[in-house]
Write a protein that binds this ligand. Structure first.
Ligand SMILES: *Cc1c(COP(=O)(O)O)cnc(C)c1O
Length: 351
């Protein structure tokens, strides 16, 4: 007999990419979990150094007031339109708990971020997975027909890196009865975003992460922007103090430094285009990516073999041993030097 509820007993948890024990070990070229290869803004460490003992002794602002004000200025919204979380994963958890259940189905196009299926099972939510079209365009009709209470869309998508146009998402939002939650974890590396949909429609939530574009995966900070009504409902579900004082101060500083942000994202985007060309030249074609990673199709050696060979050379990439993805490798964009190391290794291995 198990101590756990049947749905917990039957499921497996989310499996994150591997993290080497020593994060400063420069002999590992870590291109497997889509971290930013550059450090966060220098303002981040200044903000952490400026934390006072009183900031630690007392409970923090329950809604991360300072971050909400900064986000309000940066994105031209009211602070009441912003909710913060302990990473965007916390925001995803809050939305699933608030919006999905056995009688409130959730829908999303697949393949996508596998955490959604895990959160649905935890919540015992009905799930309607709708395949993307073969060219990874949005299956609007099928998603509308799914009649879900909450629809998720990762844009740019993971692990494909492909971006769906705003017009298609607007058409979907306007035809849904429920909420559309847009996961923009990778939007910092894309040419456009869906913020305007979240500020113009009552049923659209745009969710952002500080982990990728702002190089703060270890800090744990994410947020979402939507109508005041939507945000107020989500506030009821979150933990009382779901973001800590240190994370809120550091994330505010990172968000406010627009010049550094812009420089970093441009560097990653330029390297992405260079790496995609190099991989194609080695017989590893990639889907057109608007994220900070590439999904490369492998022929001979197979994706699994290449993954192992790269790992022996201390180059970590992500391999998904699942149908439709098991001939591909997901490769995070590194620094120019890291990408050169990868290209050199693949030049030997891929032919
Ligand atoms: C990284 C990621 C997130 C969340 O990241 P956090 O580190 O929790 O902020 C959400 N969705 C997708 C698709 C991601 O790749």
């Amino acid at each position: 007999m198990s101590y756990f509820r049947p749905n917990i007993e039957a499921m497996s948890g989310y499996v994150p990419g591997e993290q080497p024990a020593d994060p400063t070990d420069a002999t590992v070229v870590k291109l497997n979990t889509n971290e930013n290869p550059y450090p966060p803004s220098p303002e981040v460490m200044k903000a952490i150094a400026a934390i006072r003992i009183e900031d630690l002794r007392r409970y923090p602002s329950p809604v991360a007031d300072r971050f909400r004000r900064t986000a309000g200025e940066v994105f031209d919204v009211r602070p009441e339109q912003v909710i913060c979380g302990n990473g965007m994963d916390d925001i995803l958890n809050i939305t699933v708990r608030a919006l999905a259940g056995p009688e409130s189905p959730m829908a999303y196009p697949v393949p996508t971020y596998t955490l959604y299926a895990v959160l649905a099972r935890l919540q015992e939510a009905a799930v309607r997975e709708v395949p993307f079209r073969p060219d990874f365009s949005l299956p609007v009709e099928e998603l509308v027909a799914a009649r879900a209470r909450v629809t998720y869309l990762v844009n740019p998508n993971a692990p494909t890196g492909t971006l769906v146009p705003v017009e298609d998402i607007a058409r979907l939002a306007d035809r849904l009865d429920g909420v559309l939650c847009i996961d923009e974890a990778y939007v910092d590396f894309a040419e456009h975003d869906c913020l305007a949909l979240a500020t113009s429609r009552p049923n659209v939530l745009v969710m952002r992460s500080m982990s990728k574009g702002y190089a703060l995966a270890g800090l744990r900070f994410g947020f979402a922007i939507g109508s005041e009504d939507l945000i107020a409902g989500l506030m009821k579900v979150k933990d009382s103090y779901n973001v800590d004082a240190v994370a809120a101060a550091a994330a505010s500083a990172a968000l406010a430094d627009r010049v550094y942000y812009e420089q970093t994202r441009r560097k990653v985007m330029a390297e992405r285009d260079r790496l995609a060309k190099a991989l194609a030249g080695l017989g590893l074609p990639c889907l057109p990516s608007q994220a900070n990673f590439l999904l490369a199709t492998c022929f001979r050696p197979t994706a699994g073999e290449l993954y192992e060979s790269l790992k022996r050379r201390r180059i970590l990439v992500r391999y998904f041993d699942s149908p439709g993805l098991d001939d591909k490798l997901r490769i995070t964009i590194g620094t120019p030097e890291q990408n050169d190391t990868l290209i050199a290794a693949l030049t030997e291995l891929a032919r």
